[in-house]
Design a binder for this molecule. Sequence first.
Ligand code: ACO
Length: 311
Amino acid sequence: PDGSGLRRFEELLASESRVEPTDWMPAAYRKTLIRQISQHAHSEIIGMQPEGNWITRAPSLKRKAILMAKVQDEAGHGLYLYSAAQTLGIDREEMFDQLITGRAKYSSIFNYTTPTWADMGSIGWLVDGAAICNQVPLCRASYGPYGRAMVRICKEESFHQRQGFEILLALMNGTEEQRAMAQESVNRWYAPALMMFGPPDEDSPNSKQSMAWNIKRFSNDELRQRFVDMLVPQAEILGITLPDPAIRWNDERGHYDFGELDWNEFYEVLAGRGPANTVRVSRRRTAHENGAWVREAARAYADKQAGASGA
Ligand code: ACO
């Protein structure tokens, strides 16, 4: 009531310090963090599906082992992030419920399908590449538990990106058919990966406030530009053509120009009408329901242990 909490919160932001769960924080700051962190956690968990889909069909034992480890990493990322969100006062059951009832957002990108093995390469190179661009600055997010989770996640994410690049490189060094498969896959994933950064700045209702709170450090368009600048030389090494004829170095700006994205498609996916929205959410719901006995058993065991130590 005396305003000292707010003053201290503002001092923490001004001095680039972290806000911790026990610090006073504005209700809207808490709310936006819960929104972003839970959406991010859901993305990791839903993001296991498009790749999990290929574990049994990976072309070698080595590829299978790598893919399994990667999908497992994503489960881990989801769990760090749910834990970070819980420190803000929301419980995990509530977040799960929002996800399996289709009320929660998660990244648009995971509503696209993975019909070919090359898609494992594209997801690593493009999707995890975009994730790193977006998440490295989040390591400096003002909320401590989120920023710290990001540090660990980014380390694993950069390994994921390299393994995707390496899958595409192997295909591009292969037969004509394999090269065509890689190119066809990149053609499908390129634009949706650019949309992962969110709507253009002028249509991004949350950016300004999130940047003022040191949650986001760069705008959606700034990060998208950084991503395109990173991709162009990598595509050259791969010998893959990015499916945008407007990509061209702009000497004046010191960046690559690139074409308009189809934002109608983005909003359709957000509205639940992407190629795989329904199957993603229903698989998650089934998995959650099938796991009920594990949660019950774990709870019964924890209760028994608590009872034993109290005796
Ligand atoms: N997919 C789904 N929803 C999106 C996407 C996207 N690619 N981009 C933006 N949105 C949603 C926002 O969540 C917001 O919805 P809400 O207000 O109902 O919550 C709305 O569109 C408007 O967008 P913004 O105002 O730009 O939202 P915000 O400031 O939160 O920026 C961003 C969006 C960049 C995704 C931000 O939330 C972020 O950095 N999140 C953390 C990273 C993340 O979630 N990554 C997940 C994919 S990476 C991975 O899991 C491997």
